[in-house]
Design a protein around this ligand. Structure first.
Ligand SMILES: Nc1ncnc2c1ncn2[C@@H]1O[C@H](COP(=O)(O)OP(=O)(O)O)[C@@H](O)[C@H]1O
Ligand SMILES: [Mg+2]
Length: 259
């Protein structure tokens, strides 16, 4: 694909830049990102959409033809004019409880869908945990055992369900959920543990509010969700984000003082 000179930078991360280019949202990845990961994200978008999810349409996956990004893999999606739920909350903090209510309802709605063709949560977590050699092998073994006890799980688990991945459209229509790179077919409470952990990292004050809200609305004990926090924290370490390492390690080790 070609990027126009009028593109606007929406976000910049360690491995990619996200642009609005006219009516397209283009995620351009650096040259360390394998093409297979980019196709996997597009495939996830298509699968979730076919399972009835409200997801921006995939327009194209290809390598950028010219300019500073020449040769990089890029994913183009339909651009949804609107604001993320994170921006909405930042601008209207007095009504945070209502937004959290809406946020959890939306997560439960996503999780009510089934999409058995997606990658499996259990396999993905097991693979990620195994690759983190900085976690003690006995701790990893314990975490793997918890995963072995997981029965099947075919529910749509976004894997990165946070307010910055929800777009509230300007036209007043229903919210869109974006950023399906980590979606799996799995067990909802594991997905809730993931969201709880991400709140702990980015917005610690909101983590307990989220946990209480999710627990009540889904009728799931908080302990059931918290049981998965060390598992998802160990998996998150596999992403190699150095600034999160110390915190994630503390979340893994919290229940393993005896080892
Ligand atoms: N289809 C879209 N339409 C409009 N904005 C989008 C769309 N997809 C993503 N965005 C915006 O770009 C940001 C980054 O995209 P995202 O897919 O979440 O990538 P990242 O993996 O970097 O979080 C989002 O937080 C949102 O603000
Ligand atoms: Mg995102």
């Amino acid at each position: 694909m070609k990027l126009s000179d009028s593109k606007i930078e929406v976000a910049r991360r360690h491995n990619k830049v996200v642009y609005q280019d006219g009516n397209r949202l283009v995620k351009v990845f650096n040259d360390r990102k394998p093409g297979s990961d980019v196709f996997n994200e597009a495939l996830n978008d298509a699968r979730v959409s076919e399972a009835g999810g409200r997801v921006p349409r995939v327009l194209e996956v290809s390598q950028v033809k010219e300019g500073e990004w020449e040769g990089s893999w890029a994913l183009a999606l339909e651009f949804i004019p609107g604001r993320t739920l994170e921006q909405v909350i930042d601008d209207d903090e007095d009504n945070i409880d209502e937004y959290f209510d809406q946020f959890v309802e939306l997560q439960l709605q996503v999780q009510s869908g089934t999409a058995p063709a997606l990658n499996r949560q259990k396999d993905k977590l097991r693979r990620m945990i195994n690759s983190v050699k900085s976690v003690d092998p006995s701790v990893r073994y314990d975490l793997q055992m918890r995963l072995d006890g997981l029965k099947g799980g075919t529910k749509v688990c976004h894997g990165d369900f946070v307010p910055s991945n929800i777009i509230i459209p300007d036209d007043g229509s229903e919210p869109y959920v974006v950023d399906w790179a980590h979606v799996t077919a799995g067990i909802p409470e594991v997905d809730a543990a993931q969201t709880y952990l991400l709140f702990k990292v980015e917005h610690p004050d909101s983590a307990e509010k989220y946990l209480s809200m999710y627990s009540k609305k889904s009728d799931t004990a908080k302990q059931v969700i918290m049981n998965w926090v060390p598992v998802v924290a160990a998996a998150e370490l596999a992403r190699g984000r150095r600034q999160r390492e110390k915190f994630l390690m503390s979340q893994v080790e919290v229940v393993f003082d005896y080892l």
